[in-house]
Design a protein. Structure first.
Length: 136
């Protein structure tokens, strides 16, 4: 098994302001770099070190995933990401409704009262004009 056999996922990490190269089959085996190419080159070094350390500790070294296994993992991860995204959108939508609905109801109520007041020719509850209209 060669380090080149291990699939590597390279992504931009905004928080780190660097590209991260994650070796999918080796838990915790991650490298970074200023460019995707640098992150990938660093990952090759880290793979060798990861394998050497595992062997020194007497731990089993996982075999690289074959193409079919990797495709299944990617499909499963994509499905999980889709579910998490949909849940986040649904939660956000519910939170937005919960936040905005009282404001909308209050605004509609205020606008409704303003319209009612202007129709009857007075500007608010308790005004003297309203009282005089009621007395007339």
């Amino acid at each position: 098994m060669k380090d080149a056999d291990y699939p590597i996922l390279v992504v931009w990490a905004e928080q780190d302001q660097a590209y991260l190269a994650r070796v999918i089959d080796l838990p915790g085996c991650i490298a970074d770099g200023a460019t995707p190419e640098e992150a990938l080159a660093n990952a090759r070094v880290v793979i060798k070190e990861w394998i050497e350390t595992a062997q020194e500790l007497g731990r089993q070294v996982p075999q690289p995933a074959d193409d079919a296994t990797l495709r299944k993992r990617i499909a499963s991860a994509a499905e999980e990401e889709r579910r998490e995204f949909e849940e986040a959108v649904e939660t956000t939508a519910h939170q937005l409704v919960d936040q905005l609905l009282p404001q909308i109801v209050a605004k509609v109520s205020i606008e409704s009262e303003s319209t009612r007041h202007s129709i009857f020719g007075f500007s608010g509850y308790g005004s003297s004009r309203k009282l005089s209209l009621a007395a007339s």
